[in-house]
Design a protein around this ligand. Structure first.
Ligand code: UDP
Length: 310
């Protein structure tokens, strides 16, 4: 089987890594980077740890003015692209029963849908076996005694009022906060005069590798984030999550009490960080952590097992 994987941003690299491992050595995979995030922007170790090869093709979106415009356009119609992709696909791999129901109710799609779970859970299982504790020593922190925070969504970083509410709340919490800063966020923090206060109050670090990040997330008392992937990862690691968004695609994590949506409301953020009513354990909503194997088996069944089948 020949597979072309198209990836562009950090969470997609994590997911592609899990599936690529499963495709090897029986199948041929071509990797296409759309080029939004690459090692210039994010931790180089992130790419090394996940053994992400140089792309076979790099579309370079975001690398020049025209590229930036294209990227902005793609960002603007992203949801539309997703829906279009759903409709032209023969196979759709849904992470949960709710995702399958939403495909049916919101897009009228029932054919070719397979609930396989989330490959992100496979990645967490892989990382948990490998992660070591020395990130705690390096940062001089103790597991269970800090809050982890990541902020990078344009809705928050491009809006001074939201950015100020979020970083004002983080600066006001008495707990220690570790902030691996996304390249997209550092500029606006400086521009809106929030950098000094943030770095004085808390530990701002460069983005870390995936293994360190998983360890930091597992050891955190809470995570405060606007990331999509981190909400789910927090759930797998049973770390309470305070989400800086008004809605989430991972509704199950909210419904079962592991995730609170607080938007950019300073009071709600502080209440979320201080809250101590969180569930005891996380139910297996997004599969069993063996999703890549299920997904590749379905592809093999539908497309063929030989390296030259197409
Ligand atoms: N991540 C990482 N290092 C960091 C911050 C995040 O490896 O310093 C990982 C994290 O574990 C998750 C992914 O990056 O798998 C999430 O990426 P991001 O928050 O950029 O994107 P989103 O999920 O919001 O699209």
């Amino acid at each position: 089987m020949k597979i072309v994987s198209i990836v562009g941003a950090r969470p997609q690299f994590v997911k592609a890594f899990v599936v690529s491992r499963r495709l090897e050595p029986d199948h041929e995979e071509l990797l296409v980077h759309t080029g939004q995030h690459y090692s210039d922007d994010l931790s180089a170790v992130f790419f090394e740890e996940l053994s992400i090869p140089d792309p076979d093709y790099n579309l370079g979106v975001g690398s020049d003015t025209h590229g930036r415009q294209t990227a902005a356009m793609i960002e603007g119609i992203e949801e539309i692209n997703r829906v279009l992709t759903d409709h032209v696909s023969d196979l759709l791999f849904a992470p949960s029963d709710l995702a399958k129901t939403m495909l049916e109710e919101e897009e009228g799609i029932t054919d070719g849908v397979h609930v396989v779970g989330d490959v992100g859970y496979d990645a967490i299982r892989w990382a948990k076996e490998r992660a070591v504790d020395d990130v705690f020593d390096r940062l001089g922190i103790e597991p269970g005694e800090y809050v982890l925070s990541t902020v990078h969504r344009a809705k928050n970083t491009n809006n001074p009022a939201r950015l100020e509410a979020i970083f004002g709340a983080l600066a006001a919490t008495p707990k220690q906060v570790i902030i691996p800063i996304h390249p997209r966020t550092a500029g606006p923090l400086r521009e809106y005069g929030l950098w000094e206060e943030t770095t004085r109050a808390h530990t701002v670090i460069d983005p870390v590798g995936y293994l360190d990040f998983v360890r930091l997330l597992e050891g955190a008392e809470r995570v405060v984030t606007d990331s999509g992937g981190v909400q789910k990862e927090a759930f797998y690691l049973e770390t309470p999550c305070v989400t800086l968004r008004e809605e989430t695609e991972w509704r199950e994590t909210v419904e079962c009490g592991w995730n609170r949506l607080v938007g950019a409301d300073r009071t709600a953020i502080l209440e979320g960080i201080a809250a101590d009513s969180w569930p005891e354990s996380a139910p297996p909503i997004y599969g069993d952590g063996h999703t890549a194997a299920k997904l590749v088996a379905i592809l093999e069944e539908r497309i063929g097992t030989g390296p030259n089948s197409d």
